[in-house]
Design a protein around this ligand. Structure first.
Ligand SMILES: [Zn+2]
Length: 509
């Protein structure tokens, strides 16, 4: 029963799959946000009217494991006030507050997968986990506390606007004391039920998971963490680890992205920027801002590519004034599927993402623990209302002012006998302004360019250069090995202002 220490909260989507960071994302046309056409990504929330957002729910009238209906009813309404207290949410029981019948394996589809809206967002109590087993398969009821999904949206001109209705299921197999050797009493188990409702309800209104600020400790120690350490994990961590019912700052900030409450967001500051590798944005990076005076109490996270623009952008709002340090780390490989964090799952690039603290000017400090990072990393002092933008964290190569692309790059070029051959090289400007690029090769007697230097003006973003190769017999005179194998001719392009240079080898035979 060791697996009980890793009970997970799942995030599911029955009809429209939605995923993102902080607030869940969806494409305007309902596709996965990772496949959105440019600029069509949306972060749907329930509709905000004035400064209130009304969410109407009903609970299952049946039992859940060892808990009877009246315990469940009072626990749900009690715990949901935690979200109301820190946001603009106004969470109400709709009608008499109960789904019209006890939801069971033979009728759940009409509630969890209805073909039209029900008029309320249902919270289903799966008495012994039989519905969960039907949906997720045998074994799931021993690991999964519950799941949530957003199912109906309001749309305008076919584009998704707001969440209209959502639903959740809580797994009663795990709220049966004989199945929970990790609990000493029903009271402990009831707190776990309340935490689960707190977590799943946040998904219902559009919140994603958070990796928090101490995932390494979690991966190293798991349930061996001290109670004090566990108590600082966000409620939106994908795994049920925090035994308290306390929302963490990271949870509160995420909810206030969707449903801002003036007393929470006013007088705060923000940090935004991007994590890049050379000229490319990096996905699936957890960016953490730690307040150095209370690092585990006042930490806020963002996952890169929060806007789906593939530029590695992150955004950390609602930071109380103070001094912060930034840390980056990969999203853990365990957090995929229903446990995922952010738009992108960890992939083959994730292994190149370091765990590191930001040291200003794109610089990184590697191999530090939290205590060392807090004292050694670049301190960012934030004042009330400050919006610190354009923080760039580079995990790899220096960004270049241009790149080389085209048919000539990394391609094989046939040389002709008795006449010139040619290939096209494209020089692509990164960023704005003008570029003056000089081309060179160690074999100018064999290779020449249609223009050199190459000027790219303010209004253009690329220019094509024709690369001319002398006839095969002239190459053979200098490279005798060409008779039996290919050779590589390096071409180097250099920005005359920045000195950035890119070398590409053109293979010829
Ligand atoms: Zn979850």
């Amino acid at each position: 029963m060791k697996r009980l220490s890793f009970l997970v909260f799942l995030l599911f989507f029955f009809s429209i799959p939605v995923k993102a960071a902080g607030i869940l994302a969806v494409c305007e046309d309902g596709r996965l946000p990772t496949n959105c056409p440019r600029n069509s990504i949306k972060f749907p929330t329930y509709e905000i009217t004035g400064n209130r957002t009304i969410v109407e729910y009903r609970i299952d009238p049946g039992a859940l494991g060892d808990f009877n209906s009246s315990t469940l009813e009072s626990s749900v309404s009690e715990i949901l006030t935690k979200w109301e207290d820190i946001s603009s949410l106004d969470i109400q029981a709709e009608g008499n507050g109960f789904i019209p019948f006890d939801v069971n394996p033979s009728n759940y589809q009409s509630i969890l997968e209805p073909s039209s809206p029900l008029g309320y967002s249902p919270i289903v109590f799966d008495d012994n986990g039989a519905i969960l087993t039907d949906i997720l398969g045998f074994g799931a009821r021993q690991d999964v506390l519950g799941f949530a999904a957003t199912r109906f949206y309001t749309t305008r001109n076919g584009a998704i606007e707001n969440i209209f209705e959502s639903q959740t299921l809580i797994n009663g197999f795990l709220f049966t004391l004989r199945n929970r050797p990790d609990f000493n009493s029903e009271a402990e188990m009831l707190d776990n039920f309340k935490t689960t409702v707190l977590h799943e309800f946040a998904h219902m209104v559009g919140l994603d998971h958070s990796q928090g600020g101490q995932v390494d400790d979690f991966l190293d120690l798991g349930s061996g963490l001290s109670d004090e350490q566990k108590s600082t994990f966000p409620v939106m961590f994908p795994v049920a680890i925090n035994p308290t019912l306390d929302l963490q700052r990271d949870d509160i900030v995420a909810m206030n992205i969707g449903y801002p409450r003036n007393s929470i967001v006013s007088g705060t500051a923000s940090i935004s920027g991007s994590v890049i590798n050379g000229n490319n944005g990096v996905r699936a990076v957890n960016v953490i801002a730690y307040n150095i005076d209370d690092p585990l109490g006042e930490l806020v996270t963002s996952v890169t590519d929060i806007d789906g623009k593939d530029q590695g952008n992150f955004f950390i709002p609602s930071l109380n004034p103070g001094t912060y340090v930034l840390k980056i780390e990969p999203i853990a490989n365990a957090f995929v599927g229903g446990s995922s964090v952010g738009i992108h799952a960890p992939d083959s690039n994730t292994s190149s993402i370091p765990s590191a603290f930001y040291n200003g000017s794109e610089d990184l400090l590697l191999g530090l623990n939290l205590e060392q990072g807090l004292s050694q990393a670049f301190p960012i002092v934030l004042t009330a209302g400050q919006e610190l933008e354009n923080i760039t964290i580079n995990i790899g190569e220096e960004p270049k002012s241009f790149s080389l692309r085209g048919r000539a790059v990394n391609s094989l070029n046939f040389l002709n006998v008795g006449r010139n051959s040619r290939a096209n090289l494209r020089i692509v400007k990164e960023g704005s302004g003008t570029r003056l690029i000089t081309l060179s090769t160690p074999n100018p007697e064999l290779v020449s360019f249609s223009r050199n230097p190459v000027r790219i003006g303010v209004r253009r973003n690329a220019k094509r250069v024709r690369v001319r190769f002398r006839p095969f017999n002239e190459f053979l005179a200098i490279f005798p090995s060409l008779s039996s194998s290919t050779i590589e001719i390096p071409i180097t392009a250099t920005d005359t202002v920045t000195g950035d240079s890119v070398t590409t080898n053109i293979e010829v035979f």
